[in-house]
Design a protein around this ligand. Structure first.
Ligand SMILES: Cc1ncc(COP(=O)(O)O)c(C=O)c1O
Length: 387
């Protein structure tokens, strides 16, 4: 083949990522509750979205194994292969949980966002999107062909001002708990502005679902508001896998009939539906959230006392803001030496110059894990000049 120039760009791009501190390397990780084995080393895990520890719950695993003994996958889209009864059962539970008429499963939360936004918005629509919305929302908005108007993070005055403009169908989309900042969307104010402009409201509640709210049914319930469309992921607090949309019957019907991310991909396997069906009653019982809330209160106080900048987080997601990408990476590496696994989050996941360590706490962390992690963070923070 000789040395072809056609792939020179690959090497150039990788070199450029390395130079700017943006290169991503995948480690070998086996997570076990509060701990993880990272490249052969046992460390405290502060990286997992398994906020309630349900991915390793014995009851959930047993039910999943039983379902798996029958079939691995439907190997087709539901439009072709139909509904497995477990899908219908799970959708019923999820709709009841979110307080909506119906729910529809998607293979992932990512595809759920793509499916909803491209179904609701078209090139004549205007989408008003929070600047810190997750990449799956950003991609969904782009794919829809709509005019995208980005409002400053949680800035309802800005949203109000921007909504005077815009033509066609108006859609407002925000998150419940923001995935990289851990703060809560101002849902009541956003909903009221959207209603004033007769806009369709969409919430991605991947990180608030099963954690907050009177019956753990998420941020809108906590804030006493209702959104037209709820999107969520079952790979966070439920400890399972897959995405879902909770909404009205007619919107569900439209998704089934027009959403390419629903029609042209294989269905969520039924054993994963069984996993979620087993996890829901445990998540709804509330004792794990109580433990998690204690961890959040204790850890956040200690971290702030040490002088870390944590933004406006009031949840299990606690960003330790560093700024510089290379320094964030150094902090993460040093922390691993100290026995704690927490990822450096860099551009394009967050804006350039806003790199951070994203800490996520879960209900399986005990006092000794939190105390060891705090000591390690203090040491790594001092060594890398962050503290
Ligand atoms: C806010 C938000 N939405 C959607 C997703 C995608 O969910 P999934 O991992 O199920 O594709 C994520 C995943 O990190 C997320 O943080």
């Amino acid at each position: 083949m000789g040395s072809s120039h056609k792939t020179t760009f690959v090497r150039d791009q990788l070199n450029s990522l390395e130079k700017s501190g943006l290169y991503r390397r995948l480690r070998t990780v086996i997570a076990r509750g509060p701990m993880a084995n990272v490249d052969g080393k046992e460390v405290i895990n502060l990286c997992s979205n398994d906020y309630l520890g349900l991915s390793q719950n014995k009851q959930v695993i047993e039910k999943t194994i039983t379902a798996l003994s029958e079939e691995v996958s439907q190997c087709a889209s539901r439009s072709i292969a139909g509904n497995h009864p477990k899908m219908i059962e799970l959708e019923g539970l999820l709709a009841f949980h979110r307080g909506t008429e119906s729910a529809l499963l998607y293979p992932t939360g990512y595809t759920a966002n793509l499916g909803v936004v491209t179904t609701i918005a078209d090139k004549n629509s205007t989408i008003f999107s929070d600047e810190l919305n997750h990449a799956s929302i950003v991609d969904a908005c782009r794919l829809s062909g709509a005019t995208i108007v980005v409002f400053r993070h949680n800035d309802t005055d800005h949203l109000q001002e921007l909504m005077q403009r815009g033509s066609g169908r108006k859609i407002v989309i925000t998150e419940g708990i923001f995935s990289m900042d851990g703060d809560m969307g101002k849902l009541a104010e956003i909903k009221s502005i959207a209603d004033h402009h007769d806009a369709i409201t969409i919430i991605d509640d991947a990180h608030g679902d099963f954690i907050f709210g009177p019956t753990f049914s998420g941020l809108p319930a906590k804030m006493g508001v209702n959104f037209d469309i709820h999107v969520s992921s079952m790979s966070k607090a439920l400890g399972c896998f897959g995405g879902y949309v909770a909404t009205t019957f007619p919107i569900r019907e439209l998704l089934i009939n027009t959403s390419r991310q629903f029609i042209y991909t294989s269905a969520l396997p039924d054993h994963l539906c069984s996993a979620a069906i087993a996890a829901i009653p445990i998540a709804k019982s509330g004792y794990l959230q109580r433990r998690l809330q204690c961890n959040i209160l204790y850890f956040s106080e200690e971290i702030k006392r040490l002088g870390f900048k944590v933004g406006n987080s009031t949840s299990q997601i606690i960003p330790l803001i560093v700024g510089n990408e290379a320094q964030a990476l150094e902090f993460s590496k040093e922390l691993l030496q100290e026995g704690v696994f927490a990822q450096a989050i860099r551009y394009p996941t967050v804006r350039k110059g806003h790199a951070r360590l994203r800490i996520s706490l879960n209900a399986t962390h005990r006092q000794e894990h939190l105390d060891s992690a705090i000591t390690a963070l203090e040491n790594a923070g001092r060594i890398t000049g962050i503290l």
